[in-house]
Design a binder for this molecule. Structure first.
Ligand code: FE2
Length: 131
């Protein structure tokens, strides 16, 4: 039986539209707040339609040498163009990007995960050092 972790796909975000792109400094100061932006389709746009869209992004942080992961944020995207007039006739679509503000005591790895309603689970990571 497959474990859930084995279902997360990853690839080069420059060519694969589902991979969450993590934008944050490579190095930060301890206990100083910095921003982490996570978006989908930075280079190759992902569709935003009632039938095909990104449902959520989650951001975790794993400090170097720590076996636990810590949840930083959970971002749900609820508007996908649905309305009483039919699919894609609605007035609003949520854009699939989120920005977290966080501070850390030591370096580690932000992990971003995302879910496409058709293409499933995706993940990406980026190292952050504390200088
Ligand atoms: Fe998709």
């Amino acid at each position: 039986m497959q474990k859930i972790g084995e279902l997360y796909k990853t690839a080069d975000w420059k060519t694969e539209k589902h991979v969450p792109v993590i934008e944050c400094p490579d190095e930060v100061q301890a206990d100083q707040v910095f921003q982490v932006k996570v978006s989908i389709g930075e280079e190759v746009a992902h569709p935003k339609t009632t039938e095909h869209h990104i449902r959520w992004i989650r951001l975790y942080f794993q400090p170097d040498g720590d076996k636990s992961s810590y949840e930083v944020g959970n971002y749900e995207f609820g508007a996908h163009g649905g309305s009483v007039d039919g699919p894609n006739m609605g007035p609003v679509y949520t854009h699939h990007a989120a920005t977290a503000a966080m501070k850390i005591k030591k370096g580690g790895t932000p992990h971003a995960t995302s879910f496409c309603n058709i293409h499933g689970l995706w993940e990406n990571t980026k190292a952050v050092k504390v200088g």
